[in-house]
Every structure is written in C-alpha cells, then in structure tokens.
Design a protein around this ligand. Structure first.
Ligand SMILES: [Zn+2]
Ligand SMILES: [Zn+2]
Length: 149
C-alpha cells in the first residue's frame, strides 16, 4: 500500500533534483539546477519545498540551511523523530530514526506537557571515508571555505 501523494510538475522536479544530487542542496542550488526547466524565482522552489516537507518526502537541515530527499519516505508514518548525521567534509548525510531516543523525548514531552510537532536531530562530524582520506594524507573533497584559501 504505497500512498504516494499527487505532486505537481514543480514538486516532482524539485524532488527529482534532490534525489539525483544525493546530498543536501540549498533552495538556490535547486533553483540553479532547474533553470532549464523554466524555474525563475526562489519562490517557485520554496512553494514546492513546502509541500514536499509537509509530506515528509524532503527534510530541512537547519544547520546547513539545506534540503535533502528523504531516504525512506515510507517509514515516517506515526514517527515524529528523525535524526541526521552530516559529514562536515563531504556533506554526505545519513538519515535514521531510533525508537529509544524517540521514547526519551516523548517521556520528557509528556512530563512537561509539551506538545511535540516534530523532533529533528542533527549530528555533525566526519564520516569514515573522510577520516580515512585524512589519515592517508590525501585531502578530501575541499569544502567551500578551504578552497578559497
Ligand atoms: Zn525521512
Ligand atoms: Zn565525509
């Protein structure tokens, strides 16, 4: 029983861009990649993203001000917590959820009578491949800051 929400052309294009990228993209990076498809204004991207975020097909990463396609869109039903580990060097993102962590948050929210809408955890660090590359003395993919210096 796959319940794929009906998407407009723009929503499909934005989702496709994020899925193909396989890494987080800012709204402006998405816009750049969709200019050939007739996208002209950031608002077109934001409107599409609003709907995709609402349906859980896309997640927003506040620490990067970027968006990623959900890696398991069918597992979000009834689940409020989603966690991301983000490699600071290559920007690869791992998405996971953990029922034990979620249970802790729920217990806290219940004790405080706090109505949780969504819980997002963002973990930053270095992935195994980047640490291995650094140990071997090879610079990994340079980030935006390091490449300017
Ligand atoms: Zn997800
Ligand atoms: Zn990495």
């Amino acid at each position: 029983m796959t319940q794929t929400p009906a998407l407009t052309r723009n929503q499909t294009l934005v989702l496709g861009t994020l899925t193909k990228a396989g890494e987080p993209l800012s709204a402006y990076a998405i816009l750049d990649r969709l200019r050939e498809e007739g996208f002209r204004a950031p608002l077109q991207v934001y409107r599409a993203l609003d709907k995709l975020l609402e349906t859980g097909l896309v997640h927003r990463l506040d620490s990067l001000k970027a968006f990623v396609a959900c890696s398991h869109p069918h597992e979000h039903a009834g689940e409020t917590m989603v966690a991301f580990a983000i490699c600071e060097n290559c920007a690869r993102v791992w998405e996971f959820s953990d029922s034990k962590i979620e249970a802790r948050f729920s217990a806290w929210a219940e004790a405080e009578d706090f109505e949780t809408r969504a819980t997002t955890l963002e973990i930053s660090g270095l992935c195994a491949a980047c640490r291995a590359a650094a140990a071997a003395g090879k610079p990994g993919k340079p980030g935006p800051e390091t490449s300017r210096r």
